[in-house]
Design a binder for this molecule. Structure first.
Ligand code: PLP
Length: 332
């Protein structure tokens, strides 16, 4: 199962999904129904699991043959009410089990009640039973992960014994795939790994995203001059300042101010001053740079995980924050 939520982790969900269809992917997962609708409208016929559907999206789910996750009584009861009055024979759904992430899903004590409601509704087919790991990237939490895996085995064995058919079982995200082969079950959900990342950069994976810009202007600032809003940087020497047309409206958070670096002519140029809405500034001293030169914010070598670290965040956040204003080019 390929996870293409959040616009394919900040890239282009439709283009990524079409490529994956050509590679025979079995399933897609998105977070919300609208993301699945976008895939369907582009002609994708592959089954689509909606991980976190909301009660205002029943019509989209049915119209576009999306497969909702059943994860709470609130969602389940409203969904059953909705399908009761429709001339639907069977809806394909997925049952989310909480094994310790304590985020979404039915806990062990709720399983019987939930299954009773599903059986009574009559029209629901549980295509899969699944859960999500809390710390699959953390070797210090192995014991916890194993306890989640064994609870999942116990609960799915029980549920399968009640149903008259055998649903698909799945539990691993990217770090689960890489770190816990005993967690493969029938299917795995690859998200950020598809894009070349995992939580502890594994050199076998090649990050696919490159974020590029240019130097749109160069300013010669004098010793003592302040740079940008709130004067958060004062030049300690005469400084050549590069103006880069990317800002917090593009997903470069203000927390990168005075911390991150970008690559210009193979050299590191430090971000100075606050990040503005549409631009940020870098120190070009010692770099033989001119207006119009290419700026690499991140690529496969100076990757988004390293860039993210300078502002104490993770690749997931920086990639999915890239706003629609940034032009996407899919190469290859
Ligand atoms: C986002 C998500 C995934 C994918 O996780 P990665 O760490 O990106 O591989 C898998 N399962 C669920 C339930 C998710 O929400």
């Amino acid at each position: 199962m390929a996870v293409v939520k959040a616009n394919g982790y900040g890239s282009d969900s439709v283009k990524i999904a079409k490529k994956l269809v050509s590679l025979n992917v079995d399933y897609f997962a998105v977070a919300f129904a609208s993301e699945g609708v976008a895939l369907r409208k582009s002609g994708i016929k592959t089954p689509i699991l909606v991980l976190l559907p909301q009660v205002d999206s029943f019509e989209e789910i049915i119209t576009y043959k999306l497969e909702p996750s059943l994860y709470s009584f609130y969602f389940l009861e409203n969904f059953i009410n909705y399908i009761k009055d429709k001339s639907i024979k069977e809806t394909r759904c997925h049952f989310k089990i909480n094994t310790g992430l304590n985020r979404v899903g039915f806990s062990e004590s709720e399983i019987n009640d939930a299954l009773k409601k599903i059986k009574n509704a009559g029209k629901i087919k549980l295509v899969s039973l699944y859960s999500h790991l809390a710390a699959s990237e953390d070797p210090n939490e192995k014991t916890y992960t194993y306890s989640q895996i064994s609870l999942f085995k116990k609960m799915t064995t029980y549920i399968t014994s009640i149903l008259s058919y055998k649903p698909i079982l799945h539990m691993s995200n990217t770090s689960g795939i890489l770190n816990f082969t005993e967690c493969e079950f029938d299917m795995v959900r690859a998200g950020i790994g598809l894009y070349g990342y995992n939580n502890h950069l594994n050199n076998d994976l090649i990050p696919v995203h490159t974020l590029k810009s240019i130097i749109s202007q160069i300013i010669e600032a004098k010793k003592g001059d302040s740079i940008g809003y709130n004067r958060s940087h004062i030049c300690r020497e005469n400084t050549k300042i590069g103006i880069i047309p990317l800002g917090h409206a593009d997903g470069i958070s203000r927390s990168f101010a005075n911390k991150a670096s970008v690559i210009i002519k193979g050299e590191k140029a430090k971000v100075i001053g606050n990040i503005c809405m549409d631009v940020f500034m870098v120190n070009l001293n010692g770099i033989n740079a001119e207006e119009g030169d290419e700026v690499i914010v991140f690529d496969k070598r100076n990757n988004a995980e390293n860039f993210a670290k300078s502002a104490e965040t993770i690749s997931y956040e920086i990639l999915t924050n890239l706003s629609t204003r940034i032009e996407r080019k899919v190469i290859g």
